[in-house]
Every structure is written in structure tokens, then in C-alpha cells.
Ligand binder design. Structure first.
Ligand code: CMC
Length: 427
């Protein structure tokens, strides 16, 4: 009978070592090399973790070849079409979709937990005008840990849930305050009568004390189509298994640090242009390109091996055929163009770039397809959300994923402090 193992031979000594293969419920199996150093006296070398599974997880499954993404077994297309972001949050935290009553209770509790302690509110005064909302957001989430010291020690399911619900509820308020601080305009408090996503848009746009909202193209109220579009964006961002920021969250949590400090570290990691910061860079790049006539020059730069220029919003470490989130957003973008009568120059440049890149040998041979950030940038611009808020919006969506991964890590008795080794090449 064939054994479910891998045998490695050290060709210097002829010694062989046998390692078990652990089968995944879906996707590639893994070789269990936990005793490799003990057995061989050698480390494995895998910078950037291109071949390394850093943990076991039951939360999110991605098949990069097929372009498949599932949260708790449910395809992302189904969640985006049939469920709200609130239901998706419940699903990620509880491993199943909520009943009607559970949904109501969850939604109501989050509305009540959206307020910030007055002391935390004062913190914003310390930041300079024009501070980037991501810097303020990360700092304010670290500060949040000082208000909820009880979440440092988590034991019962109720304690985990309270910690998770509190941060998911407060992140939109902190993000909206960060934005308003960057403009020097007064904060708008959360409104418990409003659904999560509408509440966030209101905290971003409303005039202090009044009912008037700065809506799309002069409309006073926030339109339902805008709420739906942003809600879908939150759902698509909710989790993405062991990406860079999630790995940071798990690693910080592995030291026993406060969960909110781990989330703040995830926010910092997400800010980078190769990760969540790409959505802001996509629009900055489209603005730099300026018009359809200039596209060829920038495509040529993206292909030049001697030029560091990259086409932002293209490529992905895991998706090698298409990003399913991008496909959903492409449809959403088309719907918005029709429903809101939008057809901006930026959208025209984006469409042309997409068309060229999808038929160009350089991009095809490297499997470089538009990713989620390519479309979020365009849609959020269409919703009149300023560039500096694109990555904070990614944070709002992703917080539930980070927290679910952190909880999974903490409940797993085999979890260890993250402590990789190195190949020393110095003096
Ligand atoms: N434009 C031009 N060339 C590219 C691009 C791009 N956007 N992305 C990768 N390449 C080329 C790269 O130069 C390399 O070419 P060669 O083989 O000739 O050296 C090849 O494609 C492989 O690139 P890589 O950097 O080894 O791939 P990676 O898996 O390490 O990086 C990535 C993935 C997403 C960091 C990268 O594609 C990138 O920088 N994209 C632009 C930034 C972006 O859109 N990021 C958002 C990612 S999706 C949201 C998220 O998860 O946060």
C-alpha cells in the first residue's frame, strides 16, 4: 500500500527522512515538517511564504487556479448577491449564517457598540491636519486597547464575541472620525437608527446637526444603490485567508498582545501599496495617466524590466486566472454606470487599460489580471468617496476577517509564538 508520506534524501550523507502528508479538506495537501530541524539540523528556506502553510484554518478557502473564494464553505458570489455584510460578519464569526432573530440581535448590538469613549475622541486632536486617515485609524485602534483591557484575557465564548463585536462596530466610527479630522470638520456621531453601511456613509458625509447629506452629484440623501455597492465591497473584503495583514495579526496575537493591538498592526500592514493600499494607488495612477492617449506609454513602462513602475490593481499572489471579487465588482461597476448615469474619463481610462492588459502577451504570460483593488478604486470614486478613504474602507470590511482568524488562532491549543529562523549570510 502506498504511504501518505514524502521522503527526502540528503545527498551528502545518503540519509533519508520521511514526513507525513496532511490532506486538506480542499486544495493542496501539506507536508508536515514540524520536526524537520530536530531531524536534520537544517531549516527550510521560503521567504515570502510562497510554499508555506503557516496554520490550519476552517474560515476561508481560495482556489487560485479556478478563481474560487468561499467563506465558511459559502461561495463569495452567493454572499455578495443574497446576503448583507452584517450576515457575512455573523457567518465568519459563528461558522453559519444567522437566523432572522440572530441577525436582528447582532445588527442591533453592533449599532449600540458603534460609539466611542469621549477620551478616545480627544485623541484625534493630537494628530496634525492632513494626517492620512490610515495613520490615525491605526493609532486610534491601538488606543482602543487601553479602554478595553478586559479583552486581553479571553476565555469564554461570550468574551470572544463581545471583543469581536465591539471592534467591528467601532471601526467605521473611527474611520469616519479619521476622515473628518483630516478635513478639519466636526465629527458626526453614529445613529442607532441606521444600518451599519448607511451609518458609515452618513458619518462621512452629513452636516453637523442637520439632516442634509452631501450625496452623489448634489442629491441630498444617500441613495440605496450607494449603500448596496459599499456593502458589497465590505463583503468582498471580509476575509482572504493568510494574506500579509492577516499573517501580521496572527503573529502579533501569538505573542499574547491585546487583540486590538494585533488589529492595529494588521491595519498598518494593509496600508502598503502591494496590499490594501493598492486601491488608492490605482486611482492616483489613473489620474497620473490622465487620458486614454497616454495609456500606451504607461503600459510600456509596466513591461520594462528596468523600470520599477507597476500597473496598480493588476496581479495577485494566489489568483492566477481571475480574481472572483474583481469579477463581481466589474458587474457592479457596470450596474452603477447605468443606474447612476456615470461615465467618467477615469472609467474610460480604466476600461482601456483593462482591455489592453488582458490581450497583451506580457500580462497574459505572467497571469496578471485585474484584482479587487482595480475595481474598488473606480467604484469608490464613482461614489464620491475620497482616495484617502479607500484603504480605511478595506479595513472596515477586513476587520471581521482579522478577528475571526485571531480567535481561531487563540482557540487552537497547538498555536505557537511566530518565530521563523534564518539563513545567516553575514560576517
Ligand atoms: N504590473 C506589471 N508587472 C507586474 C505586476 C504589475 N502590477 N505584478 C507583477 N508583475 C510582474 C513582475 O514584474 C514579475 O515579472 P518577471 O517575472 O518578469 O520578473 C512577475 O509579474 C511576477 O511578479 P511578482 O512580484 O513575483 O508576483 P507576486 O505574487 O510576488 O506579487 C503582487 C503579487 C500583487 C504584489 C503584484 O502583482 C503587484 O505588485 N501588483 C500591483 C499591486 C496590487 O495591485 N496589489 C493588490 C493586490 S490584491 C489586494 C490585496 O490582496 O491586498
Amino acid at each position: 500500500m502506498k504511504k501518505n508520506t514524502v521522503t527526502l534524501t540528503d545527498n551528502r550523507t545518503g540519509k533519508t527522512y520521511e514526513y507525513n502528508i496532511l490532506d486538506a479538506a480542499r486544495g493542496p495537501s501539506v507536508v508536515d515538517i514540524r520536526t524537520f530541524f530536530q531531524d536534520t539540523g537544517m531549516f527550510t528556506f521560503d521567504p515570502g511564504y510562497t510554499s508555506t502553510a503557516s496554520c490550519k484554518s476552517t474560515i476561508t478557502f481560495i482556489d487560485g487556479e479556478k478563481g474560487e473564494l468561499r467563506y465558511r464553505g459559502i461561495p463569495i458570489e452567493k454572499l455578495a448577491k443574497e446576503h448583507t455584510y452584517m450576515e457575512t460578519c455573523f457567518l465568519l464569526l459563528n461558522e453559519r449564517l444567522p437566523s432572522i432573530d440572530e441577525h436582528k440581535e447582532f445588527d442591533l448590538e453592533l449599532r449600540h457598540r458603534a460609539f466611542l469613549h469621549e477620551g478616545l475622541r480627544q485623541l484625534f486632536n493630537a494628530f496634525p491636519d492632513n494626517a492620512h486617515p490610515m495613520a490615525t485609524l491605526s493609532a486610534a485602534v491601538t488606543a482602543l486597547a487601553s479602554f478595553y483591557r478586559e479583552h486581553l484575557e479571553l476565555d469564554t465564548e461570550e468574551e470572544y464575541q463581545a471583543m469581536a463585536r465591539r471592534i467591528i462596530a467601532k471601526i467605521p466610527t473611527i474611520a469616519a472620525f479619521s476622515y473628518r479630522h483630516s478635513l478639519g470638520i466636526p465629527f458626526i456621531q453614529p445613529d442607532i437608527d441606521l444600518y451599519f453601511t448607511r451609518n458609515f456613509l452618513t458619518m462621512m458625509r452629513a452636516y453637523p446637526g442637520g439632516k442634509m447629506h452631501l450625496g452623489l452629484h448634489g442629491h441630498e440623501e444617500i441613495k440605496e444603490v450607494e449603500v448596496r455597492a459599499l456593502d458589497t465591497i465590505f463583503t468582498l473584503h471580509a476575509d482572504h485567508e493568510q494574506n500579509a495583514s492577516t499573517t501580521v495579526v496572527r503573529n502579533v496575537a501569538s505573542t499574547g498582545a491585546h487583540p486590538y493591538v494585533a488589529i492595529a498592526s494588521g491595519i498598518s500592514a494593509l496600508w502598503g501599496r502591494a496590499h490594501g493600499g493598492a486601491n488608492e494607488s490605482v486611482i492616483a495612477q489613473l489620474e497620473m495617466i490622465g487620458s486614454v492617449e497616454n495609456i500606451d506609454t504607461f503600459i510600456a513602462r509596466a513591461k520594462d524590466p528596468n523600470d520599477n513602475f507597476r500597473l496598480m490593481g493588476f496581479g495577485h499572489r494566489v489568483y492566477k486566472n481571475f480574481d472572483p471579487r474583481a469579477r463581481i465588482l466589474k458587474h457592479l461597476q457596470d450596474e452603477l454606470r447605468i443606474e447612476l448615469g456615470l461615465n467618467t474619463e477615469l472609467m474610460a481610462i480604466a476600461r482601456k487599460i483593462e482591455e489592453i492588459a488582458l490581450s497583451d502577451e506580457y500580462f497574459i504570460s505572467r497571469n496578471l489580471y485585474p484584482n479587487i483593488d482595480f475595481y474598488t478604486g473606480i467604484i469608490l470614486t464613482a461614489l464620491q468617496i475620497p482616495k484617502s478613504m479607500f484603504t480605511p474602507i478595506f479595513v472596515i470590511g477586513r476587520t471581521v476577517g482579522w478577528i475571526s482568524q485571531l480567535i481561531e488562532f487563540k482557540k487552537d491549543k497547538s498555536s505557537k509564538i511566530a518565530r521563523p529562523r534564518q539563513l545567516y549570510t553575514g560576517k
